[in-house]
Design a protein around this ligand. Structure first.
Ligand SMILES: [Zn+2]
Length: 298
């Protein structure tokens, strides 16, 4: 028997299911054939769990024979859900639309903690009684939202721009900048160094040196692949400062390669470099940049 409390429906969801107010706190649905499928089994399991976290619910068998005026068709429900999902979800290395307020991040953390508890249950870990793991779901959820994926939920760091008064147009190289990121394929750490080479436009802007560190940290705080990480950093710097040339080079260790799979040497690194503007065209500038990188290497 299913009991659904209508007060638990989020506003977005309530329009998907036409429930009379009188159904609050009662079982509803008019599927006669099967007691287990009396209700909105058109919803997928994930959505159901989200909606009814505090409610005991039996689910899992979308039943084709559910009919009745209280329900939308399964197809309509599916497209509603897809639209909802598309409205709020982005790729692992993209920021969510409009970013999240502190209260919204707290909600995401609480929801994620519940899912981590479920994960531990699936993995048969008695996290409720394990003295080591009792608070782990909440702790890990917080770590994801506030640290590992922070660059998806908050805006990029503000960049202090200065006019290029001296009309500097020579190559500036900064680094090593620590890279701490997480691979999108295995959710394992990526760590290493980033070097940035900038050729400012004489009539463009220059930014404070520490801002490059903050930008690297920001874009690294997402589920990344290294090839796209350098591109994201490049795009942002180009858009905000319009330099004449730019080079981003990251050398990093991928723990998905050193701690699993091939179990490669801890020294095994991956290097990705991206060049923009005159840095892409001028071979001497490229060589100068690479030489400075070697010089800066620890
Ligand atoms: Zn990986």
């Amino acid at each position: 028997m299913l009991f659904l409390n209508i007060r638990n429906f989020g506003q977005d969801y309530s329009r998907m299911i036409c429930l009379p107010a009188s159904s609050a706190g009662q079982s509803f649905g008019n599927h006669k054939n099967c007691d287990r499928h009396r209700t909105i089994l058109w919803l997928n399991q994930a959505i159901l769990t989200d909606l009814f976290n505090q409610i005991e619910i039996t689910m899992g068998h979308p039943c084709e024979t559910i009919t009745g005026s209280m329900m939308m068709s399964g197809q309509a429900m599916k497209s509603e859900m897809a639209a909802l999902q598309a409205k709020t979800s982005r790729f692992g290395n993209e920021a969510v639309d409009g970013f999240l307020t502190e209260a919204e991040r707290a909600k995401v953390m609480a929801d994620a903690a519940v899912k981590l508890e479920e994960l531990f249950d699936v993995l048969r870990i008695d996290h409720r009684n394990d003295h080591n793991m009792r608070d782990t779901p909440a702790r890990v959820a917080k770590m994801y939202v506030e640290e590992i994926l922070r660059g998806r939920f908050v805006p990029p760091p503000a960049i202090t721009e200065f006019d290029n008064v001296e009309q500097c147009d020579q190559l500036i190289v900064t680094g090593p900048i620590d890279v701490r990121s997480t691979c999108a394929h295995h959710l394992m750490p990526i760590y290493g160094e980033c070097y940035i080479g900038i050729v400012p436009s004489p009539d463009g802007k220059i930014i404070g040196l520490s801002k490059y560190d903050r930008l690297v940290d920001y874009f690294s705080s997402r589920f990344q692949i290294q090839e796209e990480l350098v591109k994201q950093i490049e795009r942002h710097i180009v858009e905000t400062t319009a330099p004449r040339g730019l080079a981003i080079r990251i050398s990093a260790v991928h723990m998905c390669k050193t701690h699993r799979g091939i179990r490669a040497s801890h020294d095994a690194r991956m290097i990705t470099t991206t060049y923009y503007g005159c840095m892409a065209e001028d071979r001497d500038l490229k060589a100068e940049f690479l030489q400075e990188c070697v010089g800066l290497q620890r």
